[in-house]
Design a protein around this ligand. Structure first.
Ligand code: HEM
Length: 420
């Protein structure tokens, strides 16, 4: 028996595109329920929000990821055959590869490259009147992550590869032409990286690089992954690392909006981590994540029928007033003072990273964000001119409209004592 609250619309896809990040929360609030049934893109769908829902969603015996994401996302954001669509032993083996790639020592090596690249670009930023931080960070992270991953990127192709990587993010959540552009970008990127995997199998790539580890990876049956699937997995490292540019830009935006925190973070490097955590909670990237019901079961009086698509609201969970005091206020100290329940804070998914689909890139995201804060606070001075900083919740992934324009950038001469 199901006691689902009724929703009047036959299909809610247009409402989803109109309301974006707020789509699930708006309905949960209205229906006073953490679960509701609807149709999205003509498929029956259950939408979930909140801590208890997160705990349910990450039970592997309840849900599968095979064939879960809509085709339009698989052909743009994720690719076909990657870790996101695997279950069980195949998933665990592939996931172990990502945990190897994102080990803390490797993340440190990435940060060294990013900081070197950032400092090298300061004179050019200084000579231009204004820069758009989001665009600059996309370029900078593309260069640094390719070098770090062992991927050859000629200087003349940096612009196009960066544009394609960003198109995967921007096009995935949009209908029409942008989505078509993202599909084309994926085909170009997979061809390019598939070629590099084939090369790496003949003449090994730098030891320990993501390219080398992925090229050498074996499936549970002992066979190597095909060059195309290897390219999908390499893109699963490059694309989201470039995407952290958004979180770093939001960190810069939060510094601008919170001048008192600016001073505090300058004086106290340890406060930068809780600040970055609050940026991940307050601003957002992935609105939702998706699975399908493995076998029919009942939860809170609601039927979860086998095969039904289920969408978990990450954004709404991170702002759920039952878990967060004054969730609409940007307040980094909540990450210092309070013990945060794991299922309440899910900007990059929940559950256990080795066994479930939680993002393996949280260490990279936090390290890149705290490094961006360090560079913005210590290595440069700049102004934030008047501009359109509004954030449109219907635009997925979200961004400040202007991309955050910085003007009058000046490099700060570093002395030994200024390096923290
Ligand atoms: C902007 C920062 C990032 C955000 C917001 C983000 C968010 C997410 C989310 C929401 C998921 C899905 C969780 C789920 O379905 O349960 C995910 C999965 C994943 N992320 Fe990230 N991520 C970010 C950065 C990274 C980075 C830097 C990497 C680089 C290694 C990465 C690699 C992956 C992979 C491979 C998966 C699939 C994991 C699996 O299916 O087991 N992500 N991410």
């Amino acid at each position: 028996m199901s006691i689902l609250p009724p929703l009047s619309a036959f299909d809610s896809s247009l409402a989803l595109l109109r309301e974006g990040y707020a789509f699930i929360s708006n309905r949960c609030d209205r229906l006073d329920s953490d679960v509701f049934a609807t149709r999205l893109f003509l498929q029956p769908t259950l939408c979930l929000r909140g801590q208890a829902a997160v705990e349910l969603f990450y039970r592997e015996e309840r849900f599968t990821r095979v064939d879960a994401a809509p085709r339009s996302l698989r052909q743009t954001l994720f690719g076909e055959g990657g870790v996101q669509g695997l279950d069980g032993a195949a998933h665990r083996q592939r996931k172990a590869l990502f945990l190897e790639i994102t080990r803390p020592a490797r993340v440190e090596a990435l940060i060294i490259r990013v900081e070197r690249e950032w400092r090298a670009r300061l004179p050019s930023w200084q000579s231009r009147g204004e820069i758009i931080l989001l665009d600059e960070l996309h370029r900078l992270y593309t260069r640094a992550v390719c070098d770090w991953a062992g991927v050859t990127l000629a200087p003349e192709e940096e612009g196009q590869r960066c544009t394609d990587l960003v198109a995967l993010l921007e096009g995935a959540g949009s209908p029409g032409l942008a989505n078509l552009g993202a599909r084309r970008a994926r085909r170009r990127l997979e061809r390019w990286l598939g070629g590099q995997v084939e090369q790496a199998r003949k003449r090994p790539a730098p030891t320990g690089s993501a390219l080398a580890l992925i090229a050498q990876h074996r499936e549970p049956d002992g066979r190597p992954v095909s060059p195309r699937v290897a390219a999908v997995e390499l893109l699963n490292v490059l694309r989201p690392t470039v995407a952290v540019a958004r979180f770093s830009t939001f960190a810069a935006l939060a510094l601008y909006k919170q001048p008192a925190w600016r001073e505090r973070l300058r004086a106290d490097p340890a406060a930068r981590l809780p600040f970055a955590q609050e940026v991940r909670r307050f601003y957002a990237f992935f609105p939702f994540t998706v699975a399908r019901v493995r076998e029919t079961f009942e939860w809170h009086g609601v039927d979860f029928r086998r095969g039904t698509r289920v969408v978990l609201d990450l954004y709404g969970t991170n702002r759920d007033p039952r878990s967060w005091e004054r969730p609409e206020v940007f307040e980094p100290t909540r990450f210092v003072a309070e013990a945060i329940p794991a299922a309440a804070f899910v900007p990059q998914g929940g559950g256990d990273v080795a066994h479930q689909h939680r993002c393996p890139g949280e260490g990279i995201a936090l390290a890149l964000m705290t490094s961006a804060l360090r560079l913005l606070l210590q290595d440069m001075t700049y102004q934030v001119p008047t501009q359109d900083l509004r954030i449109d919740l219907a635009r997925m992934p979200m961004r400040p409209a202007s991309g955050l324009i910085l003007s009058e950038v000046q490099a700060v001469q570093r002395t030994r004592s200024s390096v923290a």
